[in-house]
Design a protein around this ligand. Structure first.
Ligand code: RB5
Length: 147
């Protein structure tokens, strides 16, 4: 699978670790930054990753900041993006099974690195169930032209 990853300065180390782990698992990864510990604005990276997924350049995205919350709030402004901020394995799995989440958001100040890897694996391994969830997921999007 091809994934886009991004983080702000608060999550640089975890982003690099997850990127390397994804590559070890055989995925293709587009790293959209940040690439230093210099303070940056998380929405810039959330928009970059969300755009890569929205445009189909990458199948899924992973965004990490201090809490994962600002990344999810920003990514979810993009039509077709379903970003889930997850801090537990159950939610990570369910975000795929029922919500067809295409972006995983994690908090580097919330979860330990080893647990973040477990969350990522659970999220990647869980398939979208489809069936009744197709109708519900379709209803997440506002109709064209609605604010
Ligand atoms: C940066 O200090 C922090 O605000 C950011 O990483 C994130 O947690 C925002 O949601």
């Amino acid at each position: 699978m091809k994934l886009a990853v991004g983080s702000d300065h608060a999550a640089l180390a975890l982003k690099n670790r997850l990127r390397d782990q994804l590559r070890e698992w055989g995925h293709e990864v587009e790293d959209l930054g940040t690439s230093s510990t210099e303070s940056v604005d998380y929405p810039d990276f959330a928009h970059a990753v969300a755009t890569a997924v929205q445009q189909g350049r990458c199948e899924r995205g992973v965004l990490i900041c201090g809490t994962g919350l600002g990344m999810a709030m920003t990514a979810n402004r993009h039509r077709g993006i379903r970003a889930a901020a997850c801090g537990d394995i159950y939610s990570a799995r369910m975000s795929r099974l029922h919500n067809d989440a295409n972006v995983l958001c994690l908090g580097a100040r919330v979860v330990a690195p080893e647990y973040a890897i477990e969350l990522l694996k659970a999220w990647l391994d869980a398939p979208y169930e489809g069936t009744r969830h197709v109708r519900r997921v379709a209803k997440i999007e506002l109709p064209e032209g609605k604010p």
